[in-house]
Design a protein around this ligand. Structure first.
Ligand SMILES: [Zn+2]
Length: 330
């Protein structure tokens, strides 16, 4: 993709060209996982996806809405299943944070068109030009669209590992500002401080962001709301430990990588799912069970409720990830 490319378009038939070309190329990434799954999701899942609005909606399109969470802070909630069709312009969630000295965009989204839509609304809402952009990890739905805004922002931030992984793909624009992977970084936007914490678990390098003065946490893909997470690049023990540290805080608004916004209670079952999978994954490794056998025997405990699952192999991917980490056969 070259700078200025408008991003893949969607045909009237829904997934359109995406299904034939992009989905194949992106299969294995979160984007491919979501795209393939969401396209086939039952209507109930489509209705549930992203339906719970917690902030004040200040912008809305077919593919995303922007919810204001407080003074100078907004969450971008992607709605790729809206109105019975599929819309992947943004695909991942993200955010906008305004200080007196700068305007931060969180995530580069799936397409330049989606990223440009967010940047345009950021400027409309704040009267300011975006100055910084941060990418949480290398999966296409979080970084593929940065060409849509990089002509506007001064600095694109990511960890060195994320930059390296992006460089192995087709991304023509790479982050120029590297975040510390060993310690917390702070970005002072003027009256608002964003704390970047480098983590891993969903991918080899993830970043979460805490906006100190606003009680808002941007989780990246370590947290998905209401959906069984994608373990394809996961180091699951790190994911569980990071989520235990991050989630459960009273009064905090969480912006997950995918799905609707939530408070601590709203994500308790998600954390419970990760913890339950850890117990089952460790037991399977001890017993020498194959991931396939472990997945076949696994049931999500009923008290944890329902998670959107788009295919029978998604549970297997979780057990493959645990097996890879504990046994190292993959
Ligand atoms: Zn991802």
């Amino acid at each position: 993709m070259k700078t200025g490319h408008a991003g893949p378009r969607q045909s009237a038939s829904g997934t359109g060209d995406w299904s034939r070309r992009e989905f194949v190329r992106l299969s294995g990434s979160c984007a491919g996982y979501l795209a393939a799954g969401l396209a086939a999701a039952p209507l109930t899942a489509r209705r549930a996806y992203g339906a719970r609005v917690r902030g004040q909606v200040v912008a809305e399109s077919d593919f995303a809405r922007i919810e204001q969470l407080g003074e100078g802070i907004w969450a971008v909630v992607s709605t790729p299943l809206k109105n019975g069709s599929t819309h992947f312009e943004t695909t991942s969630n993200g955010g906008i944070v305004q200080g007196s000295q700068g305007l931060l965009l969180i995530e580069g989204y799936m397409s330049a068109e989606g990223a440009a839509w967010v940047a345009e609304h950021a400027e409309r809402l704040t009267g300011e030009r975006p100055t910084h952009l941060v990418v949480t990890h290398f999966h296409a739905d979080h970084c593929r669209g940065i060409a849509g805004v990089t002509s506007a922002v001064d600095s694109v931030y990511a960890t060195p590992t994320t930059r390296e992984l992006m460089a192995t793909g087709e991304e023509p624009i790479l982050p120029g500002r590297l975040l510390n992977e060993e310690a917390t970084d702070r970005l002072d936007l003027g009256g608002v401080t964003v704390r970047f914490t480098a983590r891993k678990g969903h991918s080899p390098s993830d970043v979460t962001m805490e906006v100190e003065e606003r009680q808002v946490v941007f989780c990246g893909d370590l947290v998905w709301n209401g959906m069984f997470p994608n373990f394809v690049d996961a180091t699951p023990s790190h994911q569980v430990r990071h989520c235990e540290e991050l989630l459960g805080r009273r009064g905090v608004e969480y912006v997950p990588g995918h799905g609707a916004l939530a408070d601590a209670d709203g994500l308790a079952d998600y954390l419970g799912l990760l913890q339950d999978l850890e117990i089952a994954g460790r037991r399977a490794a001890e017993q020498g069970l194959s991931p396939l056998a472990a997945a076949a025997a696994y049931q999500i405990p009923a008290p944890l409720g329902e998670f959107i699952q788009f295919g029978s192999d998604y549970v297997e991917r979780a057990f493959v990830a645990w097996d890879r980490e504990l046994v190292g056969n993959w």
